[in-house]
Design a protein around this ligand. Structure first.
Ligand SMILES: NC(=O)c1ccc[n+]([C@@H]2O[C@H](COP(=O)([O-])OP(=O)(O)OC[C@H]3O[C@@H](n4cnc5c(N)ncnc54)[C@H](O)[C@@H]3O)[C@@H](O)[C@H]2O)c1
Length: 291
């Protein structure tokens, strides 16, 4: 029997795209699925699809940027399934992009509130529920390859995704003592509607300028690459495969390995330079103070 069987997963942004793909794959492992999403219509469609496949599912309308809605979602999940074992912090948006001088606070705030604080609230509310039953569980944060290295003209998206990688590393060290495994999913391009995330942009985050119209906007830059990406159903299955193997970084695009290697080579070369500096000889062999 699958180690996931009979357990409950809460998936933000689960109404379509990568979130729904993960929901289907975990449902195939006999998990109970809580789909939480800001898009009520798609939530309904996704719920019907999972139910038709015989997967126990609860749909919750949720804006991940609102901590109180997470709390209400937790109450509903417990009322329906009794326990929560996994949170998949997947909901995300492209945010504004383009040259730094045209960036506006509202665009940044949208990306920060959804891509970063949405993940923080999801863990803050769900982790205590996982700790409570003592059976262990999982926190899966959806970052991006963009979080593993800066992407020009995509400051807000890149920064939030890098933050999700960093906080996943932080939580992995914190939560393993409680039997909670943390993983961070870092896909490159996947066929979803991420390039059109403006559809999910609430009024309070609308910028003065029409960012979508600029030639470096997230939508104009990414649409074609996303459409040429891997088929979305692969991602959910890949997540199950990686969880079964206990992988922390979950990659979906092995062809990006060389890019990551270049980054780690550059970091290593920079350390070599520091080690050669006459200013730093006294630090070179100093014992490490680690938190
Ligand atoms: N598709 C890609 O190429 C790709 C690559 C790397 C990372 N990602 C990441 O994968 C995750 C899922 O994106 P996707 O590609 O499936 O995109 P998508 O736009 O198809 O799906 C995103 C889902 O999140 C929901 N959502 C948006 N804002 C929300 C909010 N405030 N609260 C709750 N739900 C909200 C949407 O309604 C939608 O169902 C995102 O975090 C994205 O950054 C995607």
């Amino acid at each position: 029997m699958s180690k996931f069987a009979g357990k409950t997963a809460v998936i933000s942004g689960g109404a379509e795209g990568i979130g729904l793909s993960i929901a289907k794959a975990l449902g195939e492992q006999q998990m109970n699925i809580v789909l939480a999403d800001i898009d009520r219509d798609n939530l309904q469609k996704a719920t019907s699809e999972l139910e038709a496949a015989g997967i126990p599912v609860l749909a919750i309308a949720l804006d991940v940027a609102d901590e109180s809605q997470w709390q209400a979602a937790a109450d509903q999940a417990i009322a329906r399934f009794g326990k929560v074992h996994m949170v998949v912090n997947n909901a995300g948006v492209g945010g504004d992009s383009g040259p730094i001088e045209i960036q506006e606070k509202k665009g940044w705030q949208w990306a920060l509130d959804v891509n970063l604080m949405g993940v923080v609230y999801g863990a803050k509310v769900m982790v205590p529920l996982i700790k409570q039953h003592g059976e262990g569980g999982w926190v899966i944060n959806v970052a991006s390859m963009a979080g593993m290295g800066g992407v020009p003209f995509s400051g807000a998206y890149t920064a939030t995704k890098a933050a999700v990688v960093a906080l996943s590393e932080s939580w992995a060290g914190e939560l393993h003592r409680k039997g909670i495994k943390v993983s961070v999913l870092c896909p490159a391009f996947v066929q979803t509607r991420i390039y059109d995330s403006e559809r999910n942009r609430p009024e309070q985050y609308q910028s003065e300028t029409d960012n979508a119209a600029n030639e470096n906007s997230f939508s104009s830059k990414t649409k074609q690459m996303v459409e040429n990406g891997i088929e979305v159903s692969i991602v959910g299955k890949r997540v199950v495969e990686a969880l079964n193997d206990g992988e922390f970084y979950i990659f979906t695009h092995p062809n990006y390995r060389a890019v990551m290697q270049q980054r780690s080579d550059a970091i290593d070369a920079a350390f070599k330079k520091a080690a050669e500096s006459p200013l730093l000889q006294h630090v070179a062999n100093q014992k490490l103070d680690m938190l």
